[in-house]
Design a protein around this ligand. Sequence first.
Ligand code: ADP
Ligand code: MG
Length: 613
Amino acid sequence: MRPIDERAQREQNAQAPRVENLGRRVVALFRPYRARIGVTAVLVMLGAALGVIPPLIIQRVFDDALFPASGGVQLSLLSWLVALMIGLYVGSALVGILQTWLTASVGNRVTGDLRIRMFEHLQSMELGFFTRTKTGVIQSRLQNDVGGVSGVLTSTVTSILGNTVTVIASVVAMALIDWRLTLIALAIMPPLIFVQRRVGQVRARIASQTQQSLSELTAITQETLSVSGILLSKAFNRQRTESGRYADENANQIALQVRQTMSGQGFFAVVHVLMSSVPALIYLAAGVLIVGDVGDITAGAIVAFTTVQARLLMPLTSLMRVALEVQTSAALFARIFEYLDLKPAISDREGAISADEAPGPMGRIEFRDVTFRYPDQTPDSHPTLDRVSFTAEPGQQIAFVGPSGAGKTTVLYLTPRMYEASGGAVLFAGADVRDLTAESIIDHVGLVSQETYLFHASIRENLRYAKPDATDEQIERACRQANIHDKIVSFDRGYDTIAGERGYRLSGGEKQRIAIARVLLKDPPILLLDEATSALDTVSERVVQEAIDEAQRGRTTVTIAHRLSTVIDADVIHVLDEGRIAESGSHDELIARGGLYAALAAEQLAATRTIEE
Ligand SMILES: Nc1ncnc2c1ncn2[C@@H]1O[C@H](COP(=O)(O)OP(=O)(O)O)[C@@H](O)[C@H]1O
Ligand SMILES: [Mg+2]
């Protein structure tokens, strides 16, 4: 049943999002480039004028130079006129180049501005947004939607300007020749415009579906062709299924693209037929007018009129095409603005202060009755964190232990406000984290998460991410502290070794030690370590633990540990179970208590013995 549900869901999603003042907001994108657009408009009119002059010169060539009434060819006048004509053509060409450059630069800049705005806005979104939205879908808005409107942004302005100038000039010329015939010729316009609008609406709907399908395609690509994705599909021999999934979406995409292309063709065929038939109708109308004896229409006027009218076909069709493109792209703009209008769930409140100005000492962390549910949890479900309270004084080492899924990682995320407590308060240096700027909190925190992420860049660059101005000596010192320096220099290219996509060429333990070196380089007063030694064997664990012990000195440290051996020395150990702090105390106190901690310790001891036997 799932595919049908999904399809229904998609149909619903495919509706272009409703965005108020869409047109005005799109026009506003061009505001910074008003001057350039003004110059473009002037050039367009200049181009139109330059195009009108040669026919006038031709008349002179014939009447004054080649066959003057006085007889005899006026060679010098002829040369001047020919030179003038060539000059005009050269001028037109130059104006054309300049105009194209202006249009292209304005259009691409507007597209670029939109891309940057989207990128920056997406970065300001809270962590939760990224955990609930497929990466490919996010990428698609940035690439396919912004990319999709770039054509409209670059060509629309000149196309509208240029064609409007031509249309107005032609209509004026027609009216000057005969206003009655002009009215007849223009009578076909209202129904055409009406139909054009309807076609545009249909096209916009299809465009919306096309973009939706493109974003699915991107999501599949992104998921399947990532290192982890390909490993999974190879490990389970699912390549054929993945190809099938891709092929289905691809077929959908093809069908939509064809529909989108075809959905204006019938209309344009009608436009073409109608516009081409107008001259024939004009002959008829002229005949009727002459027979009715309501005017003096000369044969010359009819020929001139139909000639001008014929020249109207191209620019009018172009204008309609542009109008259609604009309507189609409205769906894309709506998708773009929909994302730009997303409000980050977590952002600095008005008047938020820096953590340095907080009333308490830097390094103090306090949870007061913190309750937390992830956004997709129902309100009546068991909360992930249930009235958790604890305090870490500056320089203290505190630890969280407990079964997997107890909520340990969640505690670490809440501390620097990656997520927001649903109830209670998280205090940082004595101030509620909601009263502090996000940047100032993060500046004081070093987070080593459960999964180490390394960019596809050299180890040195990955380390410098923490401190862009770090010297090579500082980097080396941090790596020595994290016990990874010797390993790094043993690589062929040492610190210049590329960490590879997602750091796949490094083992889990090596990556973790690089992650530790990275926070050591940042040198924050608070360290948050999420199972930082979990991917290590007992020998390297001891080595890294020494590094961590060294790093912890003088800093508040919140450690999450799977192996209890790593937290024995902590000042306070909190045992977390199903989101509640079940017990707290030092290692010795907790062992003596004989509760959950003692049980976990006994379990791990037994496991170690089994391995050693
Ligand atoms: N983004 C999320 N959305 C919904 N539930 C989540 C999310 N992340 C974690 N959880 C759930 O919250 C609970 C606690 O997770 P976590 O803090 O990672 O546990 P621990 O680190 O103790 O193993 C788990 O049941 C987990 O499934
Ligand atoms: Mg965890």
